[in-house]
Ligand binder design. Structure first.
Ligand code: CA
Length: 246
């Protein structure tokens, strides 16, 4: 077990100085929207940006999801069946949940926007909105929450920019799929820690997304092709971990 201990020590020496800017994970978002067309396009757009997105279609479903799952951010429509977005928001804050909330409001609903902010929303977007703007506001809120002024994640010669979804190796841009990017972020979030296949699946998929068997293995394989065969270690029977880089 000595080599493992040495490996761990090397990790501490190499990684600790940059650990503060390494904290970035696959973010899990809850989208609350009753309009099927808006919901579908927002979910699809945010997933393409590498977020895991669960979609609740009414206020009660949102409360249930928020009671059972931990989210990094909530995109909340205010006009919802069964329970209004404002009530969902008020309940959330009453329970002491400080998850960032981005409110979606109608163009003419100034009073709702004000109430939303008063009840603890962090930002709002007026419908109809541009998906790119929504995604940018989501990223800004997540950055603000994590208190990271520096948006780049570096790991040896590997540099990842979560805001632009770009990654490079020794200065050469990497072409990563959204899932490969999410996987890399998950591994970068806990460098040196072993992440199980199930943990990785949870990080890169939202609810209701069909997870094909061996999907993590396939993405890991592709990721290794791009960032180096030795970059990700397979820990037999346990999972995967990122190796330290010179
Ligand atoms: Ca609505």
């Amino acid at each position: 077990m000595v080599p493992v201990e040495l490996d761990r020590l090397r990790w501490i020496a190499v990684v600790l100085p940059v650990a503060f800017i390494l904290i970035m994970e696959t973010m899990r978002l809850l989208l609350v929207e009753d309009d099927p067309m808006i919901g579908e396009s927002v979910q699809k757009g945010l997933r393409q940006d590498g977020f895991a997105v669960d979609w609740a279609r009414d206020g009660q479903a949102a409360e249930l999801a928020l009671a059972n799952d931990v989210y990094d951010l909530v995109v909340l429509d205010l006009g919802l069946p069964r329970k209004s977005g404002l009530d969902v928001l008020a309940g959330l804050r009453e329970r002491g949940n400080s998850v960032p909330v981005l409110v979606l409001t109608a163009r003419d609903a100034v009073a709702d926007r004000v109430k939303g902010l008063d009840r603890g929303a962090d930002d709002y977007v007026v419908k109809p909105f541009d998906l790119d703007e929504l995604a940018a506001r989501v990223r800004a809120l997540l950055r603000r929450r994590s208190g990271r002024a520096e948006p780049l994640i570096t790991h040896g010669d590997l540099v990842v920019n979560p805001a632009t979804r770009e990654a490079s190796l020794s200065g050469t841009p990497l072409a990563l799929s959204a899932r490969e990017f999410a996987l890399l972020e998950a591994l970068l979030d806990r460098p040196g820690a072993i992440l199980s296949r199930t943990q990785l699946e949870e990080r890169i998929y939202g609810w209701g997304e069909e997870i094909e068997s061996n999907t993590v293995e396939v993405h890991i394989h592709h990721l290794r092709d791009k960032i180096g065969r030795d970059a990700i270690e397979t820990v037999r029977g346990l999972g995967y971990r990122l190796r330290s880089r010179p």
